[in-house]
Design a protein around this ligand. Structure first.
Ligand code: SF4
Length: 532
């Protein structure tokens, strides 16, 4: 007699949890593709193909281990498929790990309401527990600081610690990791994984079922088998991470991915586990293969930010229970798929067509968007300092931007995308997640990228013809929000500079910013896209 486990799309691992603990011959798994979920948002085609192909390969890998597999297709939500599986195969009970994704938790609650016997156990893929986080931050906390939790986890798990002190004497090497990239060292060529028969079938299904979804399947070469996922990680560990730290904030047109591991999508599907990557990087550091600043920079992303964001999402119920003001007239039903709409800076303009591929003429924006349409991915500084920065400066709705990222990125799920966009990227939560808005003018982008060299705008000009929109948008953003932000100690310097600007200069900046917002609002799609 077998014990049954429900394995959702994002927990594709037998290295921890119930599937790890049980003998394959005594285990059955239920897996599912739910059409309604994939139709809920126009997800990037590559995201759907990556997820479904990995899921199908995982099912076959488990069958090869001797696990019995029930693989269901449902037109509805997961609750429909689970009820169907329980009835058809007369399953007494299914066990599953508590999902990180709020949406899936809702579906599973619905399944239980309909009579599905589902036992939910702790999700052991994470590096921290709910109790860890709740112990660091008091219940009534309204502002979280990642660093506290990161230090706590470094000590608790003894990661990069020596005799109770952080390796090298510091917990963070962020300050060492801000180099622009000038072509050296050369970026190694990544392994490619051309589609096998299963992936090709998945791609055909995606094209047939979701023809109008975002992005393209062209050039699909993402890892889909357990072996490919491992290979992809080991390549990154060996060839990319030694250079990751210094260039982690750099942006380059010809080398869009630089030394980023690009494993976030695989981590978020549990194809590789955070515990393994943290151990591997720490071991490589001790073996002298990865410098400390790179090792620490990477570990902070996985052990720090990734864990932190998941807990903040849980504690705030996806920002439903925070005090930050919502847009007028909008309330959020806590049991619905509709996301929370915190907008502490009262940003409410609709996201312009430039985010969907219309050309803006801003080289930084157009270059990053092109990559996202092609790959469903771009690295974290392009997300933060180009896409989110521009949206925050212009006053685009944080909710619309969060939904856009959720749709467009292959690694986006509610627990990570809502915290990163509503919180960190736009300050929509009013400071629950970040101590200040992450905004900048053209100078930052010019220093950290080569985008400005190929741009029609001049990053050194703040107003007048040919001036870069970012700088005028930056100053008018500060001016517009001075009541809310000028008291923030971390913004003391820019506000001091703003106060020195003459009335005329401020007027010119305001006029340039208004023009930029108007022009972005009327950006046109390239002819080839319009004729499609
Ligand atoms: Fe972007 Fe301005 Fe630089 Fe152009 S000049 S690439 S718009 S920052």
């Amino acid at each position: 007699k077998r014990s049954w486990i429900y394995v959702p799309y994002d927990r594709l691992t037998d290295r921890t949890g119930p599937l790890h603990e049980q003998q394959p011959q005594a285990t059955g798994i239920v897996m599912m593709e739910a059409l309604e979920k994939a139709h809920r948002r126009p997800y990037h085609k590559k995201k759907l193909a990556l997820l479904i192909s990995n899921q199908r390969h995982f099912a076959l890998e488990q069958a090869a281990r001797g696990v019995k597999v029930i693989y269901m297709f449902t037109k509805g939500i997961f609750a429909d498929g689970l009820l169907d599986a329980q009835k058809t195969f007369e399953l007494a009970e299914m066990t599953t790990m508590k999902p990180a994704e709020r949406e899936l938790r809702l579906d599973l609650e619905e399944a239980r309401r309909r009579g599905v016997r589902l036992k939910i156990v702790e999700d052991t893929t994470w590096l921290s527990t709910e109790a860890d986080f709740d112990g660091v931050y008091a219940k009534e906390t309204t502002s979280y600081v990642m660093d506290r939790f990161y230090r706590f986890l470094r000590k608790k798990r003894e990661v990069l610690m020596e005799n109770g002190e952080p390796s090298g004497g510091r917990f963070s090497y962020d300050a060492d990791n801000r180099k622009p990239y000038r072509g050296q060292p050369r970026v190694p060529t990544r392994p490619e994984f051309p589609p096998d028969e299963i992936t090709r079938e998945v791609m055909m299904t995606v094209e047939r079922e979701f023809p109008n979804h975002f992005g393209t399947l062209e050039g699909f070469d993402l890892p889909v088998t357990a072996e490919q996922c491992r290979h992809s990680w080991h390549f990154a560990l060996q060839h990319l991470l030694p250079f990751f730290g210094p260039y982690e904030d750099a942006m380059a047109t010809a080398e869009t991915d630089l030394f980023h591991s690009k494993i976030s999508a695989l981590l978020n599907l549990s194809r590789i586990l955070p515990g393994d990557v943290v151990d591997d990087v720490e071991n490589a550091y001790h073996a002298g293969l990865i410098p400390l600043a790179s090792a620490e920079g990477f570990i902070r992303q996985v052990l720090g930010w990734r864990e932190f964001m998941r807990h903040v999402h849980r504690r705030t119920d996806g920002y439903r229970n925070i005090a930050a003001p919502r847009q007028k007239g909008q309330s959020v039903a806590t049991d619905s798929y509709a996301g929370a709409t915190p907008s502490a800076l009262d940003a409410r303009l609709p996201l312009p067509a430039a985010y969907w591929g219309a050309k803006s003429g801003m080289n930084c924006l157009d270059t990053v968007i092109e990559q996202v349409i092609r790959e469903g991915w771009s690295h974290h500084i392009t997300r933060l300092m180009v896409l989110s920065n521009l949206a925050t400066l212009c006053g685009y709705s944080p909710r619309e931007l969060a939904d856009w990222f959720w749709i467009a990125y292959i690694d986006a799920y509610d627990w990570v995308v809502e915290t990163n966009v509503l919180g960190m990227g736009t300050y929509g939560d009013g400071g629950v997640t970040a101590t200040k808005p992450y905004v900048s003018g053209a100078a930052y982008i010019d220093r950290m990228s080569d985008y400005c060299k190929g741009c029609a705008f001049d990053p050194r000009k703040a107003s007048g013809e040919g001036s870069c929109p970012f700088t005028a948008l930056y100053w008018t953003f500060l001016e517009r929000n001075s009541e809310r932000l000028s008291g923030n100690i971390r913004l003391a310097m820019p506000y001091a500079t703003l106060r020195k600007k003459s009335a005329l200069e401020r007027r010119q900046l305001r006029a340039r910013a208004e023009q930029a917002i108007q022009e972005l609002g009327s950006a046109r799609y390239p002819e080839s896209a319009e004729s499609n």
